[in-house]
Design a protein around this ligand. Structure first.
Ligand SMILES: [Zn+2]
Length: 272
């Protein structure tokens, strides 16, 4: 009756911890010939009080990946990846501001370095940021240490340049991952935010993008699009208006999870 759609992959780390940590140890002594900028694999034990993070109130520490939120409430999260053409990105941010929509962005560290004004605007407008790696490589084609560098480097950029910590949201470049890679990012404090509606906006017409978003819309959906794509910008006003006309509220990933009863709050595990 109240069929619960299983949409999260919960891993009982206890059962796997042994093999995973052995794996990590092995990986850490491999010398990689990758030529990416050298970065320090630092964490932030003393994060200043002024740092901004996604306003998540739920506990994702046992969640490896999410494809959509709970299906009880008519809420949908628009998410935007990569960061492409700056002028079109600006246009899209203006549309979101005018229509008062808060979204979640997964931008590459490279774009964050190049587009400082736009990045500050995204944060100032109250949108959310996740991690999408620094150089956008296919994670299936690079080593474990390089995966960690890619993630840490994007995080360092956001923290050092913008005082923003993107944890715990991560989106895989090209959606490319394995179970083993999911565990690597989870060990770094991230949960993979996948999607259940792909508008294929990077290669589609405006009409197709609008059609995909509106006809597939459902409670708790996560829609993937890209920041700075021309047809996406053209489709955006119709998508926002169309979803609202159908009764959906457009929210960030954190708010989407707020409405998802299957994801616990940090204290509820102790109380139950
Ligand atoms: Zn991407």
């Amino acid at each position: 009756m109240f069929a619960t759609i299983i949409h999260i992959i919960v891993v009982l780390l206890q059962s796997l911890l042994g093999s995973v940590s052995a794996l990590m140890l092995e990986a850490s002594i491999i010398h990689v010939a990758d030529t990416i900028p050298e970065i320090s694999l630092v964490s932030y034990p003393h994060i200043p009080a002024t740092i901004i993070t996604p306003s998540l109130t739920k506990d994702l520490s046992q969640v490896l990946e999410l494809r959509h939120g709970g299906t009880e409430k008519p809420v949908i999260a628009l998410t935007f990846d990569d960061g492409l053409d700056p002028d079109i990105s600006q246009e899209m941010l203006d549309i979101l501001r005018e229509k008062n929509v808060k979204c979640t962005f997964f931008l590459t560290g490279k774009w964050l370095v190049e587009e400082k004004e736009l990045t500050r605007m995204i944060i100032a407008d109250g949108h959310e940021m996740g991690n999408h790696s620094f150089n956008h490589p296919d994670f299936k084609k690079i080593s474990g240490p390089r995966i960690r560098q890619e993630i840490q480097n994007q995080e360092n950029t956001l923290v050092n340049e913008y005082r923003y910590l993107p944890k715990p949201y991560f989106r895989f470049p090209y959606g490319s991952k394995t179970e083993k890679i999911l565990k690597i990012i989870h060990q770094m404090g991230y949960t993979s935010i996948a999607w259940n509606i792909d508008t294929l906006d990077w290669k589609s017409t405006k009409e197709y993008i609008v059609h995909e978003a509106l006809t597939k819309a459902e409670n708790g959906a996560i829609i993937i699009m890209h920041l700075g794509k021309e047809n996406t910008a053209k489709a955006l006003p119709e998508i926002i208006d169309g979803l609202r006309q159908r009764g959906f509220e457009l929210v960030t990933i954190s708010t989407l999870l707020e409405y998802d009863p299957s994801i616990p709050r940090p204290s509820s595990t102790k109380n139950s």
